[in-house]
Write a protein that binds this ligand. Structure first.
Ligand code: SAH
Length: 285
């Protein structure tokens, strides 16, 4: 199983939407090297009328159109995806997941991407208009995924997001296997252990903080210098600086993540200082 490349299949009325994902960067290279497969299927292929109709008006009235169940179900038949067994929820063969892109789905997270990267085959279904006929969801979809609390005009961008975040976690896809472990929302220490060569990296030992800022050459750009700590060769000092930056960024942008993060006594001391400084600024402002 470890050697079978992960296959992501996408069902959409706009197959051309995925050209970007398929032609550029990490995903394109992984496909070329046979690490992963991505197949895009045109929903209209599974229609039988001259207009290749995929949508119809909603029962009960109201706005917009709904994706009809027949072409969606026929597409599943053609892909060899069997309906779910209604008497046994979650009964799908292990290794296959059918996910419906939906604003009302579970929020997509790095943990979900890690879970999907363990599958052998993922089918992503892109809704359009007001969404898909509910019976298709019931019959075929193991899960519904939302990429955020906003409404897109279609599931294509969401599917591209899910595919990208998942595929880059497949072993051998990223040039440097450690990169995926050492970034925002990275895996916890246990997953990182064993790869520590002494060079401090993102998320080292941080368990769920946001990433620290990155710098490259030149050391001075339009009058702004790279922080001195990063220019010296003191790995311990670099590590401390990066950890402080992670704490500062997380406090500034996502304070709720701090509640679950594993924090050392030193982290708490640094955070208390930042908070004190913030309160000082608020008093002055
Ligand atoms: N009537 C729906 C919106 C439909 S938008 C509602 O109010 O929730 C059309 C399609 O775009 C959806 O079927 C879904 O596939 C996709 N979509 C919209 N927002 C999304 C989001 N935040 N995450 C994932 N897919 C989304």
């Amino acid at each position: 199983m470890a050697d079978a490349p992960l296959c992501v299949e996408i069902l959409t009325i706009f197959p051309g939407y995925f050209d970007g994902l398929l032609q550029h960067g990490v995903v394109a290279r992984a496909m070329e090297r046979g690490r992963v497969q991505v197949k895009v299927h045109d929903l209209r292929r599974f229609t039988h009328d001259a207009h290749r109709t995929v949508d119809d008006r909603p029962f009960g009235g109201g706005e917009g159109m709904v994706l009809k169940p027949e072409p969606l179900a026929e597409a599943m038949d053609a892909l060899g995806v069997a309906p779910l067994d209604p008497s046994r929820p979650g009964s799908r063969n292990s290794g296959l997941t059918v996910a419906l892109m939906a604003a009302q789905g579970r929020p997509f997270t790095q943990a979900m991407a890690r879970d999907l990267a363990q599958q052998q085959r993922i089918v992503l279904v892109c809704g359009r208009y007001e969404g898909v006929d509910e019976r298709f969801r019931q019959m075929y979809c193991d899960r519904e995924i939302s990429i955020g609390d906003y409404v897109l005009s279609g599931g294509e961008l969401a599917a591209a997001v899910v595919a990208d975040a998942t595929l880059r976690l497949v072993p051998g896809v990223l040039g440097n296997a450690a990169s995926a472990a050492f970034e925002s929302f990275g895996a916890d220490d246990a997953a990182i252990d064993g790869s520590d060569d002494g060079v401090p990296r993102s998320q080292h030992g941080s368990g769920g903080l946001l990433d620290y800022p990155h710098y490259t050459r030149p050391a001075e750009f339009r009058g702004l210098r790279v922080p001195e700590t990063l220019l010296g060769g003191d790995h311990q000092a670099v590590r401390r600086w990066r950890r402080e930056q992670q704490l500062a960024t997380t406090l500034r942008n996502r304070p709720e993540l701090l509640e679950k993060a594993e924090l050392s006594a030193e982290d708490r001391r640094v955070l208390a200082q930042f908070q004190e400084r913030l309160r000082g600024q608020q008093r002055e402002g």
